[in-house]
Ligand binder design. Structure first.
Ligand code: PLP
Length: 428
C-alpha cells in the first residue's frame, strides 16, 4: 500500500469520506486521492515522494505557483505580529482600497472568509436592497454551498449526480429560479413569469464549475439589460475568475458593469479569504450602516490580508496576464494537436489562465447540456493516465483547469507530450 492509500483508509475513520471537501475524494474518477506533503512552484509532492505538475492550483488561488517567496514572507512577517485581533487593521484598509482601485465596479468591499460566505452575503444584501426574495441562477454554476444556492449547482454536485442537496428545505430553495447558461431567452422567460419579484441574477462570468464555458457574445450584456429593465441587481460571482482571467476581473475583460461582485481564491493567496463589494448605495445597506446583517469573527484576518496583498502586488506587474494567457493557450493548443494526432475528438476552451478539456466531437462547447453529453469514461482514463505520467488535473470532468506563472515552457511541453502518450492509449 502507498502512504496515500494508508492515510486515506485512516482518514475515513474520522473524517466523512476521508476528505474535508467532497471533490477531493476522487469519487468522480475512482481511485485514491493523493495526500500532499508539500508544493513548490508548478509542482505538488505527495507523501510517497512523487512529483506532479499541478493544474489544480488549490482550485484556483495559486496563480503565482505554490509556496511563492513573497507571499510566504508576508505571511511570516504578519504572523510575528499576532494571528487575529478581532479589531480593524491597516491591512484591511489597504486591501479594500486595492480591490476598489483594480475593479472599477467595486466602490466598497467587505472581506469574508470563503467564496461561500461572499455569495451568500451578496445575495442577502441584494434581497435586502431590492425587497425581493426571488433570484435567478444558472444550471451548472456553483456559488458555494449556502442552502438557496445549492440548486442545480455545478462542480462537486455534478460529480455526485445530485442536482440539489438533501437537507435544503424546499421552502429555502423555492425562491431560486434556474435558467440555462448562455441562453438569454431562458432568463427573459423567468422575468416574464415573475414580474416585479426577481431581486437578482447571480452568475459566473466564465462558468468554471461545469468545466470551463465562456459567455457567448451578447449574453452578459443581455443580462445587464434585463436587470436594468426589471429593477434586479446583477451579481457577478468572480470567486474563481477574479484576478485569474484579468487584473480587472472577467467583468472588466468582457466590459460588463455588475452591481455586486463576489471574490475569493486568488485574493487570499492560498489563505481562507472571500469578499463581496460593488455599488456604494447598495453596500450602504449592510450592517453596521444599514439593516442587512453580515459578520465574521475572523473576517479581514491580518495573516490572510498579508498573503492576499502580497499576491495582488505581484499580479500588477505589466504583461503578467498576457504571459499567463499565452502559457494557457500553448498548453491547450498542444493538447489539441496531440488529440488530433491520436484521433480522440476533444474540444478545448481557454480564457486567461483557465482552461477546459471536453471529450466531445462538438467543435464548440457553450452550454451545460453539451458538457453533460461529454465522454466521461474517456475523461477518467485521461485523468488517471496523466496522473501516472506525473500530471495532476482536477479529478472531475466538471472542473476548469488552472495554470500559474510558475509553469515553465518545459513543464507545459512535458504535459503536452504526456497527453500525447495517454491519448494514444485511449484511442487504441
Ligand atoms: N463561487 C465560485 C464561482 C466558486 O468556484 C466557488 C468554489 O469553488 C465558490 C463560489 C465557493 O467558494 P468556497 O469554496 O471558498 O466557499
Amino acid at each position: 500500500m502507498t502512504r496515500s492509500e494508508t492515510l486515506f483508509d485512516q482518514a475515513q475513520q474520522t473524517i466523512p469520506g476521508g476528505v474535508n471537501s467532497p471533490v477531493r475524494a476522487f469519487k468522480g474518477v475512482g481511485g485514491t486521492p493523493l495526500f500532499i506533503d508539500s508544493a513548490d512552484g508548478a509542482y505538488l509532492f505527495d507523501v510517497d515522494g512523487n512529483r506532479y505538475i499541478d493544474y489544480v492550483g488549490s482550485w484556483g488561488p495559486m496563480i503565482l505557483g505554490h509556496n511563492h517567496d513573497s507571499i510566504r514572507n508576508a505571511v511570516i512577517e504578519a504572523a510575528h505580529k499576532g494571528l487575529s485581533f478581532g479589531a480593524p487593521t491597516a491591512a484591511e484598509v489597504e486591501m479594500a482600497e486595492l480591490i476598489c482601485k483594480l475593479l472599477p465596479s467595486v466602490e466598497q468591499v467587505r472581506m469574508v472568509n470563503s467564496g461561500t460566505e461572499a455569495t451568500m452575503s451578496a445575495l442577502r444584501l441584494a434581497r435586502g436592497f431590492t425587497g425581493r426574495d426571488k433570484f435567478i441562477k444558472f444550471e451548472g454554476c456553483y456559488h458555494g454551498h449556502a442552502d438557496c444556492l445549492l440548486v442545480k449547482a455545478g462542480s462537486g454536485m455534478l460529480t455526485f449526480g445530485e442536482p440539489t442537496s438533501p437537507g435544503v428545505p424546499a421552502d429555502f430553495a423555492k425562491h431560486t429560479l434556474t435558467a440555462d447558461y448562455n441562453k438569454l431567452d431562458s432568463v427573459k422567460a423567468l422575468f416574464e413569469a415573475y414580474p416585479g419579484e426577481i431581486g437578482a441574477i447571480i452568475l459566473e462570468p466564465v462558468a468554471g464549475n461545469m468545466n470551463c464555458i465562456p459567455p457567448v457574445p451578447g449574453f452578459l450584456e443581455g443580462l445587464r439589460e434585463l436587470c436594468d429593465q426589471h429593477g434586479a441587481l446583477l451579481i457577478i460571482d468572480e470567486v474563481m475568475t477574479g484576478f485569474r482571467v484579468a487584473l480587472d476581473g472577467a467583468h472588466g475583460h468582457y466590459g460588463i458593469k455588475p452591481d455586486l461582485v463576489c471574490l475569493g481564491k486568488v485574493i487570499g493567496g492560498g489563505m481562507p479569504v472571500g469578499a463581496f463589494g460593488g455599488r456604494a448605495d447598495v453596500m450602504a445597506h449592510l450592517a453596521p450602516n444599514g439593516p442587512v446583517y453580515q459578520a465574521g469573527t475572523l473576517s479581514g484576518n491580518p495573516v490572510a490580508m498579508a498573503a492576499g496583498l502580497a499576491q495582488l502586488e505581484v499580479l500588477q506587474q505589466p504583461g503578467l496576464y498576457e504571459e499567463l494567457a499565452a502559457k494557457t493557450r500553448k498548453l491547450a493548443e498542444g493538447i489539441q494537436a496531440q488529440a488530433k494526432a491520436a484521433g480522440v475528438p476533444i474540444a478545448i476552451n481557454v480564457v486567461g489562465g483557465m482552461f477546459g478539456l471536453f471529450f466531445s466531437d462538438e467543435a464548440q462547447i457553450t452550454t451545460f447540456e453539451q458538457v453533460s453529453r461529454c465522454n466521461m469514461e474517456q475523461f477518467k482514463a485521461f485523468f488517471h493516465g496523466m496522473l501516472e505520467e506525473g500530471v495532476n488535473l482536477a479529478p472531475s470532468a466538471f472542473e476548469a483547469g488552472f495554470l500559474s506563472m510558475a509553469h515553465s515552457d518545459e513543464d507545459i511541453e512535458a504535459t503536452i507530450a504526456a497527453a500525447g502518450r495517454v491519448l494514444a492509449k485511449i484511442a487504441a
